[in-house]
Write a protein that binds this ligand. Structure first.
Ligand SMILES: [Zn+2]
Length: 353
C-alpha cells in the first residue's frame, strides 16, 4: 500500500509498505478525512530523532475495513473517529492513570502512530484496542468537527483542565495556534472570567476572540509579561502554555500568582532545557503548581468532546481553513503545515475512495 511520510529526516515522500494486518483486538481502517499536524512536520525535521521510512499522520476519521476476532462494537463500513492517542487499556500503567485521562506517558506507549508504527497518511492503518479507542461518528456531528477532537481539542482542552480554573479566574494562554485556540475555548467553558491570549497572527487573533479570549497580547507591542500584568492589574490565576519555547515557562511563572497553576501542553525537544531564575519561584519556596500533560485518548475522552460539540458549546472544525480533496493531495497539505503561511490555522484533506 501507499503512504506518505518521511523517507528519512528532512526528506518527506511517498512510501510503499505492507498493508497492516488486524490482531484480535485491532481494526484496520482507511482514512476518509485527515489533518496534518505540526507534530508530523516536527518529526520529519528530526524532532524525534533519526527516524526513517515511517508513514506520518495521526489525526483521522476513518472507515473500518476489517476488524479482529475479538472486536464486538465495530464492523466493516463503520465511519469512526480515531483518537491520536490509543492506549492499551489492559496495561496496568494505563489503568493507574485512571479514567478518561489515562495515557501511559511513562512508557510513551499510548501515542503509537509515528512513534512505534505507521501513521494515518496511508491507504490503510491499524488501530489497537478498537473497542476501547474508536467512536462511531455521530450523525449530528460534522466530520470536520469530529476530526478536531482527535488531537487539537483533546490536547488544548487538557491544557485548560490541568490549569485548575475556577469561576471568574483570569487565565493566560501562551500561543494561539489550533491547540492554543482549543485551550482558550476550554478555559471559557470551565468558567474563566478573563482570558488573555498571547499571539499575533490576525486569523488566530480573530478565532481566539471567537473562542472566548477577552484580551489579546502581541509580543510586537512590547514585553509580553509587562503587558499581561498591566491588563490583569497584577498576577493571574493560571497560565496555559500551548506554544513558544522552553523560555515561555519563565514568562508563565512571571505572571502566575502564588498558589497559581502553570499548565503545559507544548512539545519541547529533548535538547531543550528549562532555566528558571529562582526569583520567579520565590527563591525556590514559591507555591506554584506546574503541570504538563499529553493528549488524552480513548473512546470515553472522544465521546465527551463530541458531546461538547453536539451541545453547541464549541465548533472546532471552523479552524480548518486550508482544505484539500483527494489522497494525492496529502503532500500539498503536509507542505502547507510545514511552511505555515501566516493565515494558516489548520489544513485538512478529505479523501474520496
Ligand atoms: Zn496532532
Amino acid at each position: 500500500m501507499k503512504g506518505y511520510g518521511m523517507i528519512r529526516v528532512g526528506q518527506p515522500g511517498w512510501l510503499e509498505h505492507e498493508k497492516p494486518t488486524a490482531g484480535p483486538m485491532d481494526a484496520i481502517l482507511r482514512p476518509v478525512m485527515l489533518a496534518p499536524c505540526s507534530s508530523d512536520t516536527h518529526m520529519m525535521h528530526g524532532g524525534s530523532g533519526p527516524v526513517e521510512d515511517r508513514i506520518l499522520g495521526h489525526e483521522a476519521v476513518g472507515e473500518v475495513v476489517e476488524v479482529g476476532s475479538l472486536v464486538t462494537k465495530f464492523k466493516k463500513g463503520d465511519i469512526v473517529v480515531v483518537p491520536c492517542t490509543t492506549p492499551n487499556w489492559e496495561e496496568l500503567g494505563v489503568q493507574r492513570k485512571g479514567g478518561n485521562n489515562a495515557h501511559d506517558c511513562t512508557t510513551a506507549s499510548s501515542f503509537k502512530f509515528l512513534t512505534v508504527k505507521d501513521g494515518v497518511f496511508a491507504e490503510y492503518f491499524s488501530v489497537n484496542n478498537a473497542d476501547a479507542n474508536l467512536v462511531l461518528l455521530p450523525e449530528d456531528v460534522s466530520m470536520e468537527d469530529a476530526l478536531m477532537t482527535t488531537d487539537m481539542m483533546s490536547t488544548g482542552m487538557y491544557g485548560a483542565e490541568m490549569a485548575n480554573i475556577q469561576l471568574g479566574d483570569t487565565v493566560v494562554v501562551f500561543g494561539i495556534g489550533p491547540v492554543g485556540l482549543m485551550a482558550v475555548a476550554g478555559a471559557a467553558l470551565l468558567g474563566a472570567g478573563r482570558i488573555i491570549a498571547i499571539g499575533t497572527r490576525p486569523n488566530c487573533v480573530k478565532f481566539a476572540r471567537e473562542y472566548g479570549a477577552t484580551d489579546i497580547v502581541s509580543y510586537k507591542d512590547g514585553n509580553v509579561v509587562d503587558q499581561i500584568l498591566a491588563i490583569a492589574g497584577g498576577q493571574v490565576d493560571s497560565a496555559i502554555i500551548a506554544g513558544g519555547n522552553s523560555a515561555t515557562m519563565n514568562q508563565a511563572l512571571s505572571v502566575v500568582r502564588a498558589n497559581g497553576t502553570v499548565s503545559n501542553v507544548n512539545f519541547l525537544d529533548a535538547t531543550d532545557a528549562y532555566n528558571v531564575p529562582t526569583p520567579l519561584v520565590f527563591m525556590g519556596m514559591g507555591d506554584v503548581t506546574i503541570r504538563g500533560g499529553f493528549c488524552p485518548g480513548g473512546a470515553v475522552r472522544i465521546q465527551k468532546l463530541l458531546n461538547l460539540i453536539r451541545a453547541g458549546r464549541v465548533h472546532p472544525g471552523k479552524m480548518l481553513n486550508y482544505k484539500y480533496e483527494g489522497f494525492d493531495k496529502i503532500p500539498e497539505a503536509f507542505d502547507v503545515m510545514d511552511k505555515k503561511p501566516s493565515d494558516l490555522i489548520k489544513p485538512v484533506v478529505k479523501i474520496n475512495w
